[in-house]
Design a protein around this ligand. Structure first.
Ligand SMILES: NC(=O)c1ccc[n+]([C@@H]2O[C@H](COP(=O)([O-])OP(=O)(O)OC[C@H]3O[C@@H](n4cnc5c(N)ncnc54)[C@H](OP(=O)(O)O)[C@@H]3O)[C@@H](O)[C@H]2O)c1
Length: 315
């Protein structure tokens, strides 16, 4: 960590929308890559950035779905990408680099959550592989295009409280648990931002991780209705409960991380509700856990990720 993990008093809060974050900002001439930028909070992120004038590249696992979701939105370009397939990651990155353009904002918003045990690639647990390794490989492959002043935004979750990275069993070969696996992947998203920030800051590129809030989106596609009730997202009759953000509010923190001048000079920190988060306190479901921002664990995860994916832009 390079900066204190404490609130800066942004003036925003959990009700702030992505449109409010970009109000008054002119992003004309900026280019953003937003994975998952065609669903849930990613879609609202694309809308806000494109609406403020940025050109947004949306790499999509399901192109037709992305085209439908983004129809009529200017400043947006769709390409193909499956984060669970490193060949697909390499192919997308090659196409982008060949275009000769520079990246001002990289937002890893794509993600999957709490699915039944699933393996991708060489037997990797799907949540770790998709949510972390895919983004790790993508950002490293795209690194030559990052412009000085650029930001990388790693969309994590309060789900990182479920547990640390299990270095002795990364792929849950023993005792798969869908929530522990999600927690590991989301902890990895934070550690990734911590070490990326350390490596990239000499080139004036900074990184942030964040919890967007609780938002009812397609992310819950693998959950039963009762699990949504237990998680406090909907009540017994299926109505969205108080405290659940709209997608426009859910997109706000990652948009703030990507473009707010309030974060100039900062990096390697975890955000929530459009502010830097406080360290987590035992028994309280907010803030960031020590194991997610530990620089030693961040470097260890980077080394393992480089070995697994065969990519390391900073080697
Ligand atoms: N919603 C919440 O309450 C909440 C809370 C905390 C953190 N988050 C985090 O916020 C992020 C966005 O979640 P969301 O709520 O917006 O979910 P969402 O609506 O399900 O969007 C997720 C996006 O990720 C894409 N994606 C999934 N697997 C992919 C792959 N292998 N390759 C490429 N793209 C892939 C999906 O594409 P397809 O639809 O084509 O599969 C979709 O566009 C996630 O990282 C999630 O962990 C969400």
């Amino acid at each position: 960590m390079t900066t204190a993990q404490h609130k800066i008093g942004s003036g925003f809060d959990g009700t702030t929308t992505a449109a409010e974050v970009v109000a008054g900002l002119d992003l004309t001439g900026k280019l953003a890559v937003v994975t998952g930028g065609y669903s849930g909070i990613g879609l609202e992120t694309t809308r806000a950035l494109a609406g403020a004038g940025a050109h947004v590249v949306v790499p999509a696992r399901r192109r037709a779905t992305a085209e439908e979701a983004l129809r009529g939105l200017g400043n947006v370009e769709i390409d193909d990408l499956d984060l669970g397939d490193l060949d697909s990651v390499r192919a997308f990155a090659s196409r982008f680099l060949e275009s000769g353009r520079a990246i001002d904002v990289f937002i890893g918003s794509a993600g999957i959550m709490a699915l039944p045990e699933t393996r991708v690639g060489p037997g990797w647990e799907a949540q770790f592989a998709t949510n972390h390794l895919g983004h790790y490989a993508l950002a490293n492959r795209l690194w030559p295009a990052f412009r000085p002043g650029a930001r990388l935004v790693s969309v994590s979750s309060r789900g990182h409280h479920y547990g640390p990275v299990r270095f002795d069993d990364l792929n849950f070969e023993h005792g798969y648990d869908k929530w522990l696996a999600y927690g590991q992947a989301k902890t990895a998203n934070v550690l990734f931002a911590v070490h990326f920030d350390k490596l990239a800051r000499d080139r004036d590129v900074r990184a942030f991780a964040l919890h967007p809030g609780r938002i009812l989106t397609e992310l819950v596609r693998h959950l039963e209705r009762q699990e949504l009730v237990d998680a406090g997202m909907v009540d017994e009759s299926g109505r969205v409960t108080g405290g659940t953000k709209t997608p426009e509010q859910g997109a706000a923190t990652q948009v703030w991380a990507a473009v707010s001048p309030q974060l100039d000079g900062l990096g390697g920190v975890y955000l929530e509700d459009c502010d830097v988060a406080e360290p987590a306190v035992d028994g309280v479901r907010s803030g960031v856990k020590d194991y997610a921002i530990d620089p030693v664990l961040a470097e260890r995860l980077w080394t393992v990720s480089a070995e697994l994916t065969g990519v390391n832009a900073f080697a």
